[in-house]
Design a protein around this ligand. Structure first.
Ligand SMILES: Cc1ncc(COP(=O)(O)O)c(C=O)c1O
Length: 366
């Protein structure tokens, strides 16, 4: 009998770390206390009490917030608002695969800037700008990067905010993992550091409440939010008021803080188990230990093929995402492991299978 499959592929939480009982209770309270707000069409900017909670958390005015159906919808609205065919858009290399797909779909000319252990290579971006690149937008994932696991340093945050002011383009701070820090100090958002209205910030309740609720948001300069409101109205009249009313109640009651603690505790254990297992079972693999979030990026020795490993791993019933999926070019020896959806026991066994698959390749090549 073949072993049951283990997937490091999906960036989603396992059900055991979703606060299901508290969410059901929040849903009950939300729908009982504000049936009109929850069951009606709302406004395109989202459910009022949720926007107020977000505005307070981000220290912005309510008019600077639009709550959407997941942050992917927020991303899509911002791209739709800003990007026209041929516009230059800066992305990190590697970056979230759906960002690449969305930008390519809009005909953007993508300028990929490499990531380093402390985030995007700001010197490389600066050189590109000095040499005449004129982006309309730069997309940056500041905390516990998907897929790279790294976090943007404070110094680089400051430099990016300066650059967007100097060269006048929008910095899109895509930050769904910010609450999931296991250790070290929380760094300020670039939204909070920006005094020239160039930063638009997105975050999500997918990682702190649950992905199925599909609630995310944008916070940024009021005129931009106003323009995006138009797109939202034409797209769906209003996002799901039922979902947003439940999230608002979950947040305002404080249940979200307990949920974040539970998620962080479980993910830290998973990260520790994964790092230890990789060091033990695949000592040739290199990775940056993530300080939070869902993902770990693995680099195999030069010449090793993540594509071949992917096929061999499938034969051992273990899955991951190939590095090349997160890049326009390169990444052939890299891959992403998501530890959010697997228990420590599954991680141990999954890395064992991965190492076996890897050794089968080296043996075949020898
Ligand atoms: C960097 C990044 N942005 C956006 C999203 C979209 O999240 P959601 O639509 O669930 O809020 C994700 C999801 O994994 C992500 O990793």
């Amino acid at each position: 009998m073949s072993p049951s499959p283990i997937s490091f592929a999906r960036g989603a939480p396992s059900l055991d770390i979703v606060a299901a009982d508290e969410l059901r209770a929040a849903a009950d309270r939300a729908l009982a206390s504000d049936p009109k707000g929850a069951f009606s069409y709302g406004t395109s900017v989202g459910y009022g009490p949720l926007r107020e909670w977000i505005a307070e958390r981000q220290d912005v005015s309510v008019d600077q917030v639009i709550a959407t159906n997941g942050s992917m919808q927020a991303d899509a609205f911002l791209f739709q608002h800003l990007v026209e065919p041929g516009d230059v858009v800066v992305v990190e290399a590697p970056t979230y695969d759906r960002t690449l797909l969305a930008l390519k779909g809009l005909g953007a000319e993508i300028l990929a800037i490499p990531l380093q252990e402390d985030g995007i290579d700001v010197d490389a971006l600066s050189r590109a700008l000095e040499s005449g690149a004129r982006p309309k937008l730069a997309h940056v994932i500041p905390n516990f990067h998907n897929p790279a696991g790294c976090t943007l340093s404070l110094e680089k945050r400051g430099r990016l905010v300066e650059l967007v002011g100097e060269y006048d383009f929008v910095l899109f701070e895509d930050d769904p993992y910010v609450e999931l820090r296991f250790e070290g100090e929380r760094l300020p958002t670039m939204l909070s550091m920006d005094e020239s209205d160039h930063v638009v910030y997105a975050s999500s309740f997918s990682k702190t409440v649950c992905p199925g609720i599909r609630v995310g948001y944008l916070a940024g300069p009021e005129p931009r939010i106003e323009a995006i409101k138009e797109i939202a109205t034409n797209t769906y009249i209003s996002p799901s008021m039922v979902s947003q009313a439940i999230v608002a109640e979950f947040c305002r009651s404080g249940a979200i803080d307990d949920s974040i603690l539970t998620v962080k505790e479980a993910l830290r254990e998973r990260r520790d188990t994964l790092c230890a297992a990789l060091e033990r079972e695949m000592p040739e693999a290199r990775f940056v230990r993530p300080e939070g979030g869902y993902f770990l990026w693995v680099e195999l020795p030069e010449g090793a093929s993540a594509d071949e490993l992917h096929s061999a791993a499938a034969e051992h019933e273990v899955a991951f995402v190939k590095g090349a999926d997160f890049l326009l070019e390169g990444g052939q020896s890299a891959f992403r492991l998501a530890y959010s959806g697997v228990t420590p026991a599954e991680i141990e066994s999954g890395v064992g299978r991965l190492a076996e698959a890897y050794r089968s390749l080296s043996t075949a090549a020898a």
